[in-house]
Design a protein around this ligand. Sequence first.
Ligand code: ACM
Length: 705
Amino acid sequence: MLVACFFAVCLGGGTRCAAAAVTAPGAAAAGPQVSLIPQPREVAAVGGFFTLSAATSLVAMGGPEAQRCAAYFATMLRRSRGLELKRQTTARGMAAGSILFDLRPGEGGAEEGYRLEVRPQGVVVRAAQPAGLFYGAVTLWQLSTLSNARPILIPALHIDDAPRFRWRGLMLDSVRHFQSPEFIMRYIDWMALHKLNMFGWHLTDDQGWRLQIPKYPRLTTIGAWRVPAGAAAQHDIDPATGRPRLYGGFYSQEDVRRIIAHAAARGVTIVPEIDIPGHATAAIVAYPSLGVQTDPPREVPSDWGVYPNLLNAEGSTFRFLEDVLDEVMALFPGEFIHLGGDEAVKDQWKASERVQVRMRELGVPDEEALQGYFMQRLGRYLQQHGRRMIGWDEILEGGVPPGAAVMSWRGVAGALSAAVAGHDTVLSPEPTLYLDYRQGPGSREPPGRGAHPVTVEDVYRIEPLAGALAGQAPRVLGVQANLWTEHVRLPEQAEYMSWPRAAALAEVAWSPPQLRNWDNFKARLPAQFARYRKLGLHYSNTVLEPTLTPTTYQRHMSQDLLTCTAKLVLNLEDDAPLSGPRAVFLVDIENPCWRMPQVDLGRPLQLTAAVGQVPFNFQIGADRDSIHLQPPHSAAGELNVYADSCEGEPLARLPLAPATANEAVTVLPPVRLAALGGSHDLCLRFAQHGLDPLWVLDWLQLAPQ
Ligand code: ACM
């Protein structure tokens, strides 16, 4: 039973008092609460407090796993509260005022569940499985970080907790940008602190191959390295080679073993992804015989988007893939291996005589069926080795092998089809669970996909078993949010994009739906943010901070303006300077045009604009041909300023010549806008000869003349 109960916490001989409450999340929060994320299944206050101090001893019963959970709690307490507890490995002589971690394998109980009893006399965390005991440790740690007050008082309560879903996932793309093994382990730490348990690790793609496979060394000596896009990278010469410096990296088998052990100790299973038959350019560059074309790509590419390169269907390619999977299975102990299957545009297969011959030999009638053949053959290979394949929802198009699961990213329709066909499924719908979308409209957001923000609240409000999926509950393994990293170059950006949106996901995945309450969750965020600060996690505070709109004569960043269209809007990071902060531009790359509504042109104004130039490194297929650029009046081009429409004779032209030599942001000489009378929408568009580099607006400022 859930209760709302208030009690007074009196500190320092009663001179400082604060109210605390254990509040049911469904109820209106009437005061500071026991702020836990994700909200446990059942919390009941019993009155009073347990005092955690250096005199508290920590006891573990039930073997090494129990000791590990107790040690984890002790480490987290030391890191966040600076308190060192005495450790005991036996309950013999256990004093009052102890904390007991009690692993009781015979006891049954919900999968991954735990019970926590906090009494003034002592604390007991009990579970039937190590994962449950670990989550009990996480909850107890959260209870010890409700405030900074000393002594540390934990409200006496009873918690009975277990997760709603077994797949509570986060995916990190380590290809588009590479993160260090240490970062990966920290990321897994943060997942565990939110009771997230499935780490999807995107390890191969067009722009890199990140997993060492000793039998195929070129995958990482060649396939893990690329020259970044853009002029700045071209000018960044590596003295060792005399050529542009290469960007990249890979995880050695030793790195992977360390990461897996680290994850296992935190209840996190890693699901490695080897993406086939598309998203495979880096592998084809390393081993051209894997590709379809007679003139295969020779360098690992640096464009974002969907490349046309596919694996061929030769027997030797399947032997290569089986060898790779042998090594993947030898490293990763989890049940699932992700084989991608997404965005494999079939043009190369259609155009290749040799692939057509192979299709006849294999008895597959068309290219969709060939994709099905790939996934079924390799899915069966995994199954023969006691593993299960999972793939993106495109695998539904060519037939899903028995036992395989489907990760639904193009909405949730794929999840429903998979479930109806008898397959397990994980919900990962874009855009809501795509953490590469910016999470607010303002100019402080780091780079990301820009069309519309995906807020913490958007993530929080996802209901995995809505609509027809409600009838398929046994097939829905859970949910996963994905951090694709085309626009996420730095570790702190990856943290910012993940948290607290992944905290919202954790509650969706863990807590009973009837306890889900946005206002209550939001009220619990300040305590969670305080924990993040203690652990040095770079999170986004956007959910609690209002976005400020600049007034007329303040500087308007591109994010403060409107894009004229919303074809492919990105919050795009500059490619320069090579070190130090870079500008971030909100731009529709298929129509670089911005609007500022309702500008008072009753008097002349001075307009100053700052512009940048970025590489046009986007594989957008035929969409590229439909991008309309205005014809320039000079070799370097201009930024044109219009009133009301975006066509015709501009009010002003700002020549780009002063900016051409600067790879970073240039403030152009100001121009005068003549008085037109009344309010007008300003429109700003570039007139340029070619798409690459793409000119972008960083900011504009208006001043009375
Ligand atoms: C995907 O976003 N291509 C799965």
